[in-house]
Write a protein that binds this ligand. Structure first.
Ligand code: ZN
Length: 423
């Protein structure tokens, strides 16, 4: 994956996730929110024909309010579909309906979402909330790696999904230690020990099949297995072909690690960094490691916090801007229409809360009410500032340790500077 497409993907994923979160909290009073999924190979005129038919069926809806709302939503969708002679490349999803607002207010909202992958279903549904399952499924990690750590005493399994390590479970063996008890012949003891080791490897092989082969869409998504442990145990295990052949042929590499319980999984992923190069998990991890290295240096180039990063962006001193995928904030700009006074503020986008619920108060100069003049997602706004000074922007997911620290410890906004500044 080139650096550019990696960045575009991270950005698209952030926008897509945010859009879904926004739609998830919307509610209608009755079953009046329409979710319409149009796959790329569907004819638009078939869709509009069904919508007209549904419009006619609305006369059966008892509640007058629901009936009116569904009809307005259908009309609104129809007027949007006029602009399409055929569906976009990946198809489209339309979410439209009278959404409950504060008080007794309802607003007709219509959102058209272009999915990041082709839709494979056609669906028209009226409900009190939007149907988002097909889009949520697209957020699942597409690449999965199997993790196996072992020595002669224990073994542990897990998955690496994108950046996230998912522990599965482990087993311990009854292989006797190297020291035999008094009275046993050395040769017999060795023989029994070899048998026990072989049995344990067989058990690991069987359990690996249970764990890995049952992964959904194995042949499509399962990219390989990383095996960790001390030498020569893991080499012996690999050479013995104990794994199912479909897993055996997907072994990416054997890696020296010291833990063979759950703690071995992150150790294994670290040890396999070179083998996994080009995977998002490693790229993001390396950038965050660079940030932490700078952070602990006396004259390091790390900066964090919205205020400091904003000042640094304005003077062009940020080399890499680090933004957490978990950021849900907006930058609002206000003006006083009477005297021209302007102010800006960053607010959290809480679920179900509207920007217009934020009260900016009055102008400090002339006490006229302040009026909202611009609203930007914080990631968009900071990215614009970054672009002005050739700063590269990295959106960091929170499903690995350093990534989640970016959000919890540094407010989700940090940077690696070109030179040290006073901010
Ligand atoms: Zn004023």
């Amino acid at each position: 994956m080139t650096e550019e497409t990696h960045k575009d993907n991270a950005r698209r994923k952030y926008d897509f996730k945010k859009m879904i979160e926004k739609l998830q909290v919307k509610e209608g009073s009755g079953t009046e929110l329409i979710s319409l999924y149009i796959p790329p190979d569907k004819q638009i005129y078939d869709v509009t024909a069904q919508l007209r038919d549904e419009f006619g069926q609305c006369s059966n809806i008892k509640s007058k309010q629901t009936r009116t709302n569904v009809q307005s939503a259908i009309s609104s969708i129809l007027s949007r579909l006029k602009y399409y002679s055929k569906p976009p490349e990946n198809g489209m999803a339309v979410f439209c309906g009278a959404v409950n607002k504060h008080g007794d207010r309802q607003d007709l909202e219509c959102n058209v979402v272009m999915p990041p992958e082709p839709l494979n279903l056609y669906m028209y549904r009226c409900s009190s909330s939007f149907e988002l399952e097909p889009l949520l499924a697209m957020l699942e990690e597409k690449c999965v790696y199997g993790l196996l750590v072992l020595d002669r005493r224990e073994a542990y399994w897990g998955f690496l999904r994108g950046n996230r390590i998912e522990p599965i479970g482990g087993v311990t063996s009854t292989v006797p230690g190297k020291q035999r008890k008094g009275g046993q012949s050395s040769a017999r003891f060795q023989r029994l020990r070899e048998i026990a080791i072989h049995e344990f490897y067989k058990k690991i092989g069987d359990r690996s099949s249970d764990v890995f082969l049952q992964e959904k869409d194995f042949f499509e998504r399962f990219k390989g297995v990383l095996i960790g442990g001390p030498s020569p145990t893991k080499e012996e295990f690999e050479a013995g072909n104990y794994l199912h052949h479909e897993i055996q042929r997907r072994i990416i590499g054997l890696f020296d690690i010291s833990y063979t319980n759950e703690s071995g999984l992150p150790e294994l992923v670290d040890a396999a960094a070179d083998a996994l190069k080009g995977q998002e998990v490693i790229e993001e991890k390396q950038i965050m490691e660079r940030f932490f290295k700078e952070l602990v240096k006396d004259d390091g180039l790390a900066a964090y916090g919205e205020k400091s990063i904003r000042e640094n962006l304005l003077i062009g001193s940020v080399d890499i801007l680090l933004l957490s995928e978990k950021l849900r904030q907006s930058r609002l700009k206000f003006v006083c229409e009477n005297c021209g006074y302007a102010s800006e503020v960053t607010i959290r986008n809480e679920a179900g809360k509207d920007i217009d619920d934020y009260d900016p108060g009055n102008c400090p100069d002339c006490t006229s009410p302040l009026v909202l003049s611009a609203e930007d997602d914080i990631v968009d706004e900071l990215t614009k500032l970054a672009d002005a000074s050739n700063t590269s922007v990295e959106i960091i997911s929170d499903d690995f340790e350093e990534g989640s620290q970016l959000y919890t410890a540094f407010g989700g906004i940090a940077g690696i500077l070109r030179y040290r500044t006073g901010y």
